[in-house]
Write a protein that binds this ligand. Structure first.
Ligand SMILES: [Fe+2]
Length: 209
């Protein structure tokens, strides 16, 4: 079985387990979640194809599985999807994807640690894991790809944060800091691709929430 087939099977299992859980996605949310995972995979592959030293197939697999931690519901189960996904993928012998399931949550490590309402033991574990990892281009790539779409629809960083802020009542200061960090990441990949990522992905910059 190829890595891609394995990743597709694991994503199907995530959806199946969540469907059978005490807190399943509604069918509408499941569809949006699936589209989001496919879109992050596509965006990651597309950017990786334009960057030397990044493997597009690997980027696709990492994008597809980045939200595997959604196998359980954070709110009702008091879990943190970064660690749930990490443990799930380690258990399934996908160490690179496990790392991404964790690191994609931390584009601004200190800010993101304070954003998540984690159990104290998850907080300590996350802090320790963060100390052991020095982020590389795959970590940064999936962090960016995760934000360049909203429920599977490709969009700008600003669109995504406005949409999330509306849905989750996010604090303005957090939105500003997040947008600024993600724009730095975009610039980093613009330079690596020698083009504007928005043009590469044909993202319409005029659409607003
Ligand atoms: Fe995501």
């Amino acid at each position: 079985m190829t890595e891609l087939e394995k990743a597709q099977n694991l994503l199907d299992t995530v959806l199946h387990v969540r469907r059978e859980s005490a807190c399943p996605f509604s069918s509408e949310v499941e569809e949006k979640f699936k589209n989001h995972c496919l879109s992050v995979a596509y965006i990651s592959e597309k950017i990786a194809s334009a960057v030397r030293n990044l493997n597009p197939e690997k980027a696709y697999v990492l994008g597809l599985l980045h939200d595997a931690g959604r196998i359980s519901d954070e709110k009702t189960e008091g879990t943190f999807h970064g660690l749930t996904g990490f443990d799930y993928l380690i258990k399934n012998n996908m160490p690179s994807a496990a790392r991404i399931a964790f690191t994609h949550c931390f584009y601004e490590p200190q800010l993101n640690l304070s954003m998540y309402r984690m159990k104290p033991q998850d907080y300590v574990r996350s802090r320790e894991l963060l100390k052991q990892i020095s982020f590389d281009d795959y970590d940064y790539l999936i962090q960016l790809a995760d934000i360049l779409n909203d429920c599977g629809r490709q969009c700008t960083i600003e669109y995504r944060f406005n949409s999330v802020a509306k849905r989750h009542n996010l604090n303005n200061e957090i939105v500003k800091m997040s947008v600024s960090r993600l724009n730095e990441l975009k610039k980093y990949f613009d330079e690596k691709c020698r083009c504007d990522i928005y043009d590469l992905l044909q993202i319409d910059q005029k659409i607003s929430v």
